[in-house]
Structures are given as structure tokens and as C-alpha cells.
Design a protein around this ligand. Sequence first.
Ligand code: ACO
Length: 392
Amino acid sequence: MKRRYAEIAGWGMYVPPRVVPNDTFVTMGLDTSDEWISSRTGIERRRVVEADEATSDMATKAAVQAMAVAGLHSGDIDLIVVATCTPDHVMPATASIVQDRLGMLNAGAMDLNAACSGFVYALATSAAQVESGRARNVLVIGADELSIYLNWQDRSTCVLFGDGAGAVVLRQANEPGIMGSTMGSDGSGAGLLTIKGASRVRASSNGTPSGSANGHEKAANGAAAADENYLTMNGPQIFRWATQIMPRAAEQVMASSGLKTEDISLFIPHQANERIMKATAKRLGLPTEKVFSNVREYGNTSAASIPIALCEALSTGRVDVGDYVVLSSFGAGLSWAALALRWSVPIPSHVAPWQPIQRQVASRMAAVRSVLRRGERSVRTRIDETLGKGEG
Ligand code: ACO
């Protein structure tokens, strides 16, 4: 049987319009400076969501662009994977909300949480679905808004992160596209970078029917726990580890894909800190012009960082057909992932004038379909109740 491969056929990104420059932290009264932030991290500004903007909103906008570039219809997508550690809700999955907004009626939908490594994890997992023939087209999104979990009084974390989303569409191909990938985790470092607030916190703050939990006592603890629901990080330890794991993961994936350092046209590392990226490039023996960086503009956008960087690399002519590109990421978990690909599709130089109209029509139609499905569900429920069905 002919072997199947996966290739990236569409891409898109979204960042919120609100720009927060480094000076804002000084104005807020934090003991920091533009000079400290930019020299220690490379970050000059970041984008931050408005109060009514959820992760699914950003994810949907990036996905709409990726679908337009791929030239696919919503019915063509078999699976949606949203890599995020800041989902809209604990449940349902953010991917299901995106699925509804885009009217992707044939698609399965799931979230994947590997923090900042999430997008590369999702891309590797989705490529395997395409290569095995279980899915023809997969929409892979990395979207995060860590700004909502930041303690804006903690200068060692709040200056580092920003919000955004990036998406790609994977489709079946006759030649590799995605060449190889590696994923890893070391949970012994889980405490180095955390946002608490799910079962570890709630189980100890809620009374449970079977346990000896004292609901009142635990509810009081819950109030204290709520204060801990910020992102906390041991920056120096993460820094040291990141400078080792990113090059190691990249080397692994280059070796398994049969690539040498000199074959690589562009290296796209997780955009967390310019110094981490430089140290990684040095270890790999890559010249700086082969390392993509836009951390200056957006800070660390977590799972969105690599797809946003990929989109900007494509739109600024840094990638050509036939180029070998390596992605490498690290994040909370601890987790890491790297992926090698051969760029295989032409890069459109402009957006066709009808595309924005087409997008608007498609999104209106998806909204109408969603309302109709809700209406149909409630009518069916009423009919079943009237006929006494649906029990037993
Ligand atoms: N402004 C001014 N001073 C600061 C600031 C700030 N914004 N932040 C920290 N400092 C101070 C510290 O308090 C410390 O002061 P002290 O010496 O009086 O105690 C001093 O600067 C040096 O602090 P370090 O932490 O040693 O500074 P370092 O050079 O390591 O930079 C940083 C800190 C930028 C956080 C770095 O460690 C880093 O980037 N770590 C990796 C973080 C990362 O990438 N995290 C994301 C992981 S991805 C994910 O999954 C979300």
C-alpha cells in the first residue's frame, strides 16, 4: 500500500489588538524597567486580551485564516486539536467551541495540554492521524491567554507572557511534509512552573459525599487557595533546563529525520526568552540568521508561540518550498517536543479580495447552523418527553 504523509496546507494567526509595552509595568508601579526586561528576555511588548475575549475567540480567528489558505471547506476537517493550557472552561473542550463556531460538523474535537510545548505535541499527534489514514485533514491550533493567570504585581513572571493564537491545517500528501517528531516529559519538575486551581485544589476545598471532608473547613481553605491561582515559576531553573532540552530535542529529531545541522533552513524555537534561543542556536551550531525570533513583539504566548512564529516566518519570506524547518519547544510539565518538516506548499503572496467576504459568510452560516441545531435538539427533547421516550 502506498505510504501516506502529512503536510501543512494552511496557516493563520491572531493576536489581540491591545499592545502592552514594557514601560507599562513601570507606570503600574513595578520595580522594573524597559532596559531590564528587554536585555534579560528580548521582550519589548506583548499583546493582551480584552475582558470579553476567550481562548476560543482567538483560536477561531487563527483557524479561519488557516482554512482560507488551505482552501478547504469546514466539512473537510476530520479532527480539531486545540493545544492550550488556558481553555475557556474545564469542560467542554475549547476545540468543541471552535468546532461549533466554524460549523465543522464532521470533525472530532479535543484539547491537548502540554503547556508551551502543546502545539508541537498537537502537530506530531495530528500528523500521525493523517499518516495512518484515520484522518484526511486536521485543524491544529495553539492558543493561550496566560495574561488571565498572571500576578500583575510579580515582576519576575508578569513581564514574560502575552496572548495569541496560531493555527495550521494538516492534509494528506504523497511526500513528507512532516518528517519526524519527538515528545518528552519529566514530571519531577512539575512544581517549577504551575497554575493551580483544578482537582488538586478543589478536592481539598470541597466536601465530598464519601470522604470525611469537612465542607466548611475546606471551603475556608478554598478562599486561600484562590489566591494561589496565579502562574508561579522558578525562572532560573527553567532557564537552565530549557537551554539543555531545546537543543537536545532538536538534535534528536534531526537525527531521526536524517537531517544535519547544515540542512536546516530555519529553526523555530519556542519564543520564551531571546537568551534561551541564542544559547540553543549556539549549542546546535546554527547561525543566528537561521533562527526565527519574534519574542520582541509578543513575549511568550505559550502554545501559540511556535505557530505564530511560523506564520510570520512564512509571511516575511523566511521559508521556501523545499526548505527544511525544525520546531523545538519546552514548557511546564516539564514537557518538550521537536518536529522536523520539509516545506512543501507554495506560499501565496497576497490574500484574494473575495476571501474576507467568504470568511464572513462562512462564519455567519456556521452561527445559523449552530442556532438551528440547538433549536432542533430542544424540539426533539420536547417530542420525546411528550411521547414518554428517552427513559430506561
Ligand atoms: N525587573 C527587574 N528585576 C527583575 C525582574 C524584572 N522584571 N524580574 C526579576 N528581577 C530580579 C530578580 O528579583 C533578581 O533580583 P535579586 O538578585 O535581587 O534577587 C534579579 O532580577 C535576577 O533574577 P534572575 O531570576 O536570576 O534573572 P534571570 O537573568 O534568570 O532572568 C528570567 C529571569 C527572565 C525569568 C529567566 O530566568 C527566564 O527567562 N527563565 C525562563 C522562563 C521561561 O521561559 N518560562 C516559560 C516556560 S514555557 C511555559 O510552559 C509557560
